[in-house]
Design a binder for this molecule. Sequence first.
Ligand code: C2E
Ligand code: MG
Ligand code: MG
Ligand code: MG
Length: 278
Amino acid sequence: RVKEKGKAHFQFYRSEMNSIINNVVELETFLRKAIDKNELTLYYQPQIDLKTMKITSYEALLRWNNHELGFISPADFIPLAEDTGLIIPIGTWVIETACKQIKDWSDKGEKDFKVAINISPKQFQQHSLLTIIQKAIEKHRIHPKCLEIEITEGAMQDTKDTSPILSGLKDLGVSISVDDFGTGYSSLSYLKKFPIDVLKIDKSFVKDVHVNEKDAAITTTIIHLGRSLGMEVIAEGVENDEQAQFLLNANCHKAQGFLYSKPLPADEIEKNFMNINE
Ligand code: C2E
Ligand code: MG
Ligand code: MG
Ligand code: MG
């Protein structure tokens, strides 16, 4: 009887496993078609200068809406896209779409803004990445200073591939930002090796920065570190006035978070934040 029960359990486990595996395979099948079926969009979240309270830039964040599966969060499909290599075509779509958006906003008279795009570690192993970005800039005739790329510390580790890409981007005039700074278990030596413009303090440090001494110490130290190295520092995940006040007092340059705006579709960014007359 024990054996039978064990077997039943095993079968239950098997079918659970199968449904999980099927879901991943299903998700992959859907994701493969997402670009062609126009299911991907970029939302944009304002980044604010804490002193002037003016918007300086927008982070482009990928959104996937599938007819059958509904809305899927980037936290769920970006890792899958990374594992399956789909991040390469998806990443190219993001670069292309963001450059097109920069062109559109420039044409509509918007000045002195940047769009920051997220580039995953896998995309950094792609030798054509620099060419893809360069081609997109040329194709859409945008100013490279309007483009910023966000990469995590993890992507900074493969020095052999990373260094030429980052110097190439720098030469083009694209700025480089380290996303989720302080969470990557990585040595700080890349900060002197690579031409980095911006440090983004991870939202896990920002969350309790106004009430937790350790978070406050880490955040203050990152701001000093960035400033000493001539970089700009931006805090992500800012949700309340207390956090914003702390960051301003600590001399942080910029902030991004729900306090100012959630990520929005391009047309809502125009309506809410830009002086564009249609
Ligand atoms: P990330 O680049 O660190 O982006 C910040 C995340 O924080 C975004 O989540 C954003 O919506 C969220 N966020 C913004 N303000 C707040 C706030 O005040 N509080 C909290 N709790 N969260 C806030 P999202 O859009 O779900 O994206 C998650 C991650 O997926 C991103 O983290 C990034 O690593 C990845 N991702 C998103 N779009 C792309 C993309 O186009 N390409 C690549 N490779 N990765 C992307
Ligand atoms: Mg980011
Ligand atoms: Mg981040
Ligand atoms: Mg993050």
